[in-house]
Design a protein. Structure first.
Length: 93
């Protein structure tokens, strides 16, 4: 997985026990979520803000599973695209 994703996960884990660090992952999540909200709104999805939060959280969980669980998902780039497209479809139907 990309190095930035690994760093983000480490920071998020550290923020659980250190409230002063929570602002950093929260701001990062907002930067990631905004384009998703815009995309969902442009395609006419109802409640794009809420759907974007759930979609981003789902993708985040998928990445965490790939990064943190040695017995978890082992998706290569060829598998990742159809997996993400399938996930996106569930949030736009």
């Amino acid at each position: 997985m990309p190095e930035n994703s690994t760093r983000r996960k480490l920071l998020a884990d550290a923020a659980i026990g250190r409230p002063e660090l929570r602002a950093v992952p929260k701001a990062a999540a907002g930067q990631v979520r905004r384009p998703v909200v815009d995309l969902l709104a442009a395609t006419g999805v109802a409640e794009p803000e809420q759907r974007a939060k759930t979609l981003v959280a789902s993708i985040d969980g998928l990445l965490f599973e790939c990064l943190a669980d040695p017995d978890g998902l082992d998706l290569d780039p060829a598998e990742l695209r159809p997996t993400l497209l399938s996930l996106l479809r569930t949030f736009t139907d």
